[in-house]
Design a protein around this ligand. Structure first.
Ligand code: G6P
Ligand code: MG
Length: 218
């Protein structure tokens, strides 16, 4: 196989923390009397905390100053961290552990490329912090997905050329980021939502990477 490394998004790919982001944003929206539903939530996947807040406020045509926005984002993050602190390795998504073992056996490097500033905490809670060669999180990059910075930095830290990396993503912004970095992208989730990905799988369970890649027409 011509690939040397896999880069994983975290939320919604390794672990279903996407539901905790949703519940925390919903709680904040309820508190300030704004509508919040799964369709607005879809737009927040892969997007930074402050940009997510801006999206939610824009739905309600609300304008707050930077100080107020910071305190709202902090409230949301405190609730999110409460959820993270209650997490355990039971919440690792199906097929992930087997797939990481498979990559180890093949000598393929593994990285996390996440927009979250809480990525390390989440990985510690689910006992996967030591399973990756490189972890790049929201504290290490300036530009949010769809900018490729987070994935390019992960590739650079692994000493692997971007075109030898495969990205696994559940967010449209993340798929665009992978392509903007000249990387192949496997979408995890609904093929209709993730139609821009090179391949889409519903789950890592039973994934045969060699077989999947062999279906790619160059
Ligand atoms: C990930 C999630 C987003 C989240 C972002 C920032 O990309 O998909 O929903 O807003 O990280 O997370 P943070 O933990 O830093 O608020
Ligand atoms: Mg994600």
């Amino acid at each position: 196989m011509d690939f040397k490394a896999c880069i994983f998004d975290l939320d919604g790919v390794i672990v279903d923390t996407a539901k905790y982001h949703y519940l925390s944003w919903k709680r904040l929206a309820d508190e300030i009397g704004l509508d919040f539903n799964h369709s607005i939530n879809e737009q927040l996947k892969g997007v930074s905390r402050m940009k997510s807040l801006d999206t939610i406020l824009a739905q309600g045509k609300l304008h707050f100053n930077e100080g107020k926005k910071f305190s709202l984002a902090t409230r949301k993050n405190d609730w999110f961290i409460e959820y993270l602190n209650n997490m355990s390795s039971n919440e690792i998504l199906p097929g992930i552990l087997q797939f990481l073992d498979y990559l180890d056996g093949e000598g393929i490097k593994k990285a996390i490329g996440s927009a979250s500033k809480n990525a390390r905490l989440a990985l510690e809670k689910i006992d996967l912090i030591d399973r990756f060669d490189v972890i790049v999180d929201g504290n290490m990059v300036d530009k949010a997905k769809p900018d490729p910075e987070v994935f390019l930095l992960a590739a650079q830290k692994m000493y692997v050329e971007p075109r030898k990396c495969i990205v696994f993503e559940d967010a449209v912004a993340g798929i665009k980021a992978a392509h903007n970095g000249s990387m192949l992208c496997v979408g995890i989730g609904n093929p209709e939502v993730l139609s821009e990905a090179d391949f889409v799988i519903r789950t890592f369970e039973g994934l045969d990477l060699k077989n999947l890649l062999s279906n790619k027409q160059d």
